[in-house]
Ligand binder design. Structure first.
Ligand code: URA
Length: 221
């Protein structure tokens, strides 16, 4: 089995077609000063703005390449993320890794961050007030990385970034824009949802192919 089929198999998908196998490259150019990153990371680590700081083991800042062309945005840390201080390290994270590998990417090429930096108790949905208080950090991460493309995984991230309550299904497959820089944004299913609803993995892979194609177009335009 070639690598591509192997990764799709890991995602639980049996037959897929891929455009080509290539790795996402880094953006050349200026890097945001380390001091900005350190200052932001320290601010996040010390944050007590909402009550989630009382139950967290640690904050979960983000991980990956600070010059990434693709920034993946999830919802909030779960149990394992809270323990390890890194986003998407549990079962959903393993599926996210397989999804990335299916389009020739990996965690070292992209940046991964969440809407919330602290774990909500019992993995409940983030409260609107928590989202309001926390998303300034994500916006600063976006400003530092200046990715070519954002990929929101799941309803919570999609609804925050697009300021909508529309169904995830209706938001997939379209290029949206986020923020003052009008950064291109795509939406797909959350890997935890896909673990519960494997039937939708095929649609998720279509979203990933669109992500890959969109990045290519953005690079050459
Ligand atoms: N789900 C998320 O949205 N983010 C994580 O970091 C882990 C699970």
């Amino acid at each position: 089995m070639n690598n591509h089929l192997h990764y799709l198999n890991n995602m639980g998908i049996t037959v897929w077609e891929q455009n080509s196998s290539r790795a996402c490259s880094f953006t050349e150019g200026t890097t945001s000063p380390l001091s900005d990153w350190n200052a932001l990371q320290q601010t996040v680590a010390a944050c007590t703005a909402c009550s989630l700081h009382q139950s967290r083991t640690q904050t979960v800042f983000g991980v990956g390449n600070r010059q990434a062309e693709l920034l993946i945005i999830g919802e909030a840390p779960g149990f394992y993320e809270d323990q390890q201080g890194e986003p998407f390290v549990g079962r959903a994270g393993q599926l996210l890794n397989a999804m990335l590998q299916a389009i020739g990417m990996n965690r070292d090429l992209v940046y991964i961050a969440n809407i919330l930096k602290c774990r909500p108790p019992n993995n409940r949905d983030p409260l609107p007030e928590e989202v309001n208080l926390c998303t300034g950090f994500l916006e600063q991460q976006i400003a530092l990385i200046q990715p070519k493309l954002l990929l929101a995984v799941g309803r919570i991230a999609a609804h925050y970034l697009l300021k909508t309550k529309s169904s995830l299904e209706s938001l997939r497959g379209k290029l949206h824009r986020f923020g003052i820089n009008q950064t291109p944004l795509l939406i797909t299913y959350h890997p935890a949802y896909l673990l519960r609803n494997p039937i939708d993995k095929r649609k998720a892979f279509m979203d990933l192919q669109l992500t890959w194609r969109t990045l290519e177009e953005l690079k050459f335009n």
